[in-house]
Design a protein around this ligand. Sequence first.
Ligand code: SF4
Length: 324
Amino acid sequence: MSKSEYILQVENLQTYFPVKRGRKKGFVRAVDGVTFQVRHGETVGLVGESGCGKSTIGRTIMRFNDPTGGRMLFDGEDITSCDMAPYRKRMQMVFQDPYSSLNPRMSIGEIVGEPLDIQFPKMSAKEREERIQEQIRLVGLNSEHLSRFPHEFSGGQRQRISIARAMVIKPEFMVLDEPVSALDVSIQAQIINMLMDLQEQMGLAYLFIAHDLAVVRHISQRVVVMYLGHVMEINESEDLYKRPLHPYTKALLSAIPVPDPNTSRARHREILQGDVPSPINPPKGCVFSTRCRYATEVCRSELPRTEEVTPGHWVACHRYKEIN
Ligand code: SF4
């Protein structure tokens, strides 16, 4: 029985890492005041260029990093600073690189069975075996694969094994950190479709992290767009793609290739100039102001507040009304 409407609530989350530059001490402000929610059984896409803090959010939610400030609730319970042991059964993470995330000395059966040994040490050998067999089938592999080792598999198959390992304990929530970015485009769709099927069967929620808005569109009900540790825009997936309001979201969307050359020619492309600034010394005011063609004085001095434009559609921009 769920205790909250949301499986995850992230409130004003901050994750800073200390750095030393000569004698000066400073902080990398990887995540700087991020708020969003994930409902039970929902997929939320978390998108932005590399270095925007999205992977740090995933790792902070899992408490691989401790947050510097803010609050995180899991099914209504505060997990900001508590002992995570009781929650490890309920939340899991899949990483980007299926090559380094699997122990090369362990067989696939040992890899998929390991979380059961840790989380359910009293499980009978029969039940353990049945769970592993069932899970390996659910990810599209078969029982013959269980005695083999990671190097015998392709990238796509290794990611299936990583997903089987994460799902074998039947979590309620998973952080998927760029789970298809290292894979061939033809394999990406297979893995995404498999994740959607597994979600339907198991009823779990995903936070799907990606740098590519095209990847997230297919799988997410809602999308959170991030830039330099801040949320720029949040909206239902379909509406975000049809009606982006934030200049950064517009630029990300216009970079998605369109298969029809006529549509592609007609579409206005917004090329983002320059690189993401350093999170050690972020711009004053709106963090996107150094790359935004609409930036004015107010943008360079005041942090825009995140405004709810229509129910569920949030935008952090001083000028969104004028430019849309
Ligand atoms: Fe651009 Fe200003 Fe809006 Fe930031 S607040 S996105 S700089 S227009």
